[in-house]
Ligand binder design. Structure first.
Ligand code: 13P
Ligand code: 13P
Ligand code: MG
Ligand code: MG
Length: 364
């Protein structure tokens, strides 16, 4: 059976205004570049943005980690960077760490989530895209969707979901991976994914069918670049229904905003606010961090959609709750736990301050 590949590749190549959004000229340029791809390369595509990140959603038959697809994404971001430079947008080319494409965009700046599968008779998919946060932001919602019966009743009453799911977890510091079979190994899983700055859920598989159910981007730009170059605003693909969580079960964790790392200067904890694409423009203190969720039905690789899920009024209360949490944590100003712990700070004056005060430190 022929397989389809779904690739979501994203980058921030210049913010409008500051780090708040993407200028329409860049989205146009991205669409134009993908439309100009060689005939037969893509089956379909959709261009969107969350905050200052451009997201390219592409379907094709080239498989994951395909050089031609990655080069197309790279060239698209380069073309958008050209527009960004003309308009003097903020941080033009921010996420493109290399001068020239070298076979795969992983490690070059852009974030990547890809999966290859046989399209089911009906194939509902949801793509989550976030700004002002990091890949570990998906740990809590993915846990709830695929392991928590209080979120996903399908784990209890759907015979095809009852066996549970396998979670592939990556250690982003030591570059190792480990797979947990749940529900048996839930507690082992949680000790790791409860530390989302280091351990991230990369992919999830159905234990009933072996099929891939979810995958996320796990690039950490600052770790790759070795200096502050923006947050690693992540993306995540989830397949739904027919033995997998229902669409509403996939969306449910976002009804309560959880705290994520990111926000102002990539250095603060704040609530992840679900919103529609039209409201995916971080403002207050460059936030709060945003997440959009776009639904598509795949039809022979065609992206039928999107359905802009979080634009719905059912998420009004989540937005209100996020604003209340934002009000509260902002009162802490430069104090932890609003500010990230020292080892996670993206921008920090600590080394310079330490140098300046070196002679004044005495044994205590
Ligand atoms: P339908 O009966 O509308 O298909 O819904 C089933 C379901 O899974 C709802 O979550
Ligand atoms: P981005 O990572 O979204 O570019 O945000 C950077 C920042 O410094 C926000 O305050
Ligand atoms: Mg930016
Ligand atoms: Mg961003």
């Amino acid at each position: 059976m022929e397989k389809i590949t779904l690739s979501v590749i994203k980058a921030d190549v210049g913010g409008y205004v500051g780090h708040s959004s993407v200028h329409p000229a860049l989205l146009e340029k991205a669409k134009e570049t993908l439309a100009g791809a060689r005939s037969g390369l893509l089956v379909d595509y959709h261009v969107t943005h969350v905050g200052d990140d451009i997201n390219l959603v592409m379907t094709h038959h080239q498989g994951t980690d395909n050089e031609e697809i990655h080069k197309l994404a790279w060239d698209t971001f380069l073309a958008c960077t050209g527009e960004a430079k003309k308009l003097k947008l903020y941080g033009a080319g921010q996420d493109l760490l290399a001068d020239a494409f070298s076979g795969n965009v992983k490690g070059m700046g852009p974030g990547v989530a890809e999966m290859e599968f046989v399209e089911r008779p009906s194939e509902p998919i949801i793509i989550f895209m976030a700004d002002k946060t990091e890949p570990g932001a998906w740990n809590l919602p993915l846990y709830k969707i695929f392991a928590d019966p209080f979120n996903t009743i399908g784990l209890v009453i759907d015979p095809k979901a009852h066996a549970g799911f396998k979670f592939e977890v990556h250690d982003l510091i030591e570059h190792k991976k480990v797979t947990f079979s749940c529900p048996e190994e839930l507690y082992d899983l949680l000790i790791f994914i409860g530390a989302p700055g280091r351990y991230c859920i990369k992919s999830i598989y159905s234990k009933t069918t072996g099929d891939i159910a979810a995958t996320s981007s796990t690039q950490r730009l600052n770790l790759m670049a070795g200096r502050y170059v923006g947050k690693d605003d992540p993306v995540c693909i989830v397949r739904a229904q027919s033995g997998l969580p229902a669409v509403g079960e996939v969306l449910e964790p976002f009804a309560h905003p959880h705290l994520v790392a990111g926000w102002m200067r990539g250095s603060h904890h704040g609530p992840l606010m679900p919103c529609g694409v039209d409201h995916a423009t971080p403002t207050r203190f460059d936030g709060p961090p945003r997440v959009i969720g776009l639904g598509f039905q795949l039809a022979n690789g065609k992206l039928v959609g999107p359905q802009d899920f979080f634009a719905d009024q059912a998420y009004d209360e989540a937005r209100r709750e996020a604003n209340l949490i934002a009000n509260y944590v902002r009162t802490l100003g430069p104090f932890e736990p609003h500010r990230l712990p020292l080892d996670e700070m993206e921008y920090t004056t600590m080394p310079d301050v330490m140098k300046k005060l070196a002679g004044r430190f005495e044994p205590a």
